[in-house]
Design a protein around this ligand. Structure first.
Ligand code: NAD
Length: 361
């Protein structure tokens, strides 16, 4: 159709959601409705640059709230959905899993049911282009040994943490709604993302901010775990590619083609910080590597994730554009030049403001 798409993005105030919204507004003519409940991880400041764009709208809605979500659909009349809203931090899921079940499982179920009801009533101009892209993780496949081949879309589901189990459950629901009700869906399973605006509890920002504060850099276990890293802007680009060109009903793995041991990553980060004049100004020792400390491993910690990109590359021509070192350098720069963004999070100022405006759920 020649009408521009109207896409509803859930979780658009989070790390990947905000990168996706910036990418959509920059590279397409889409109209975007961001539906986000603004948990601790949702930060409206991440969308400051687009908040006056006439193609962008925001509604503070919890995806488990049927009534609010139903009216958002009715009002906006989306021609597609990108579903990113989730509880996303593995360590938090180990400490308390309930919110993960509520949002990732019940929330996804709610979204599927509302989409189904919406499409049943929608006219042809909506029903024809419509598709729902469910954004998931490679952690649903469990972990690999050092010699196993990388995950393909055929790997068996074998999640290890409450987080990955809740995401696996949501993937199964999405596939079942496609099979049973014919819902036009796509799924992507992606490896670890890094880049600007990532909440400071995650590995890379946590290490950058600890380093510049002269605090220890805690590496889990022996640091030999292997992760694949993808720049968040490459992920946003992959999501748009799958949404526009992917075959309905299919799953696509997404990754950075960049496997690295956690310890090697932290060492690379230290070396890049050592070369950064602004970071070095506050350094006490010879090198940031002196701050590395080993801490008790996370229970059930997966050893290795690796993504086979053959399908998305062969079918859709997508591959990551950023090289890891350049992406990491840019990310360090972003955190060093956006101190207000993370200082308001670390000081608790930002959550305090939030508590005044939002009922706790
Ligand atoms: P994030 O934690 O930064 O953001 C999640 C967003 O969802 C926040 O804005 C939060 O307010 C919102 N949200 C949470 N519960 C909600 C609810 N009940 N209703 C409405 N909004 C709610 O997460 P992220 O890193 O941006 O991840 C986004 C998605 O991508 C998730 O589904 C995650 O599983 C998936 N994913 C993440 C990675 C990664 O490395 N970060 C990798 C692969 C897949």
């Amino acid at each position: 159709s020649t009408q521009p798409q109207r896409v509803l993005v859930t979780g658009g105030a989070g790390f990947i959601g905000s990168a996706l919204i910036h990418h959509l507004l920059r590279t397409t003519a889409y109209e975007v409705l961001n539906v986000d409940s603004l948990t601790y991880a949702g930060n409206p400041e991440s969308l400051e640059a687009v908040k006056d764009d006439p193609r962008y709208r925001f509604k503070q809605i919890d995806i488990t709230d049927r009534a609010a979500l139903t009216s958002a659909f009715a009002e906006f009349q989306p021609t597609g959905v990108f579903h990113l809203a989730a509880e996303s931090h593995v360590d938090r899921s180990i400490e308390g899993s309930r919110a993960f079940i509520d949002t990732n499982v019940i929330g996804t179920h709610t979204l599927l049911e509302i989409t189904r009801a919406y499409l049943a009533e929608a006219d042809e101009s909506v029903r024809k282009p419509f598709r729902l892209l469910h954004i998931s993780t490679d952690e649903v496949y469990g972990d690999l040994s050092e010699t196993d081949p990388a995950f393909t879309e055929q790997n068996r589901y074998d999640p290890s943490s409450p987080y990955s189990a809740s995401k696996a459950a949501s993937d199964h629901l999405v596939r079942a709604w496609a099979r049973t009700y014919g819902l036009p869906v796509l799924i992507t399973n992606c490896s670890n993302n890094y880049g600007p605006r990532q909440f400071p509890e995650k590995l890379i920002p946590h290490m950058i901010l600890n380093a510049i504060a002269g605090k220890p850099l805690p590496v889990y276990g022996d640091g030999r775990q292997i992760r694949d890293w993808l720049h968040v802007e490459d992920h946003a680009d992959a999501l748009l590619t799958v949404f526009e060109k992917g075959r309905t009903g299919e799953t696509y793995n997404v990754g950075g083609n960049h496997e690295m041991r956690n310890l090697a990553l932290v060492e690379m980060l230290c070396d890049l910080l050592d070369q950064h004049p602004q970071a070095v100004a506050n350094r006490s020792g010879e090198s940031f590597r002196e701050l590395i400390t080993f801490v008790t491993d996370r229970p059930g910690h997966d050893r290795r994730y690796a993504i086979n990109l053959s399908k998305i590359h062969a079918e859709l021509g997508w591959s990551p554009a950023h090289t890891f070192e350049e992406g990491l350098r840019e990310t360090i720069d972003w955190y060093l030049t956006h101190t207000g963004w993370w200082q308001r999070i670390l000081s608790g100022e930002y959550q305090l403001e939030r508590l005044g405006t939002q009922p706790r759920s």
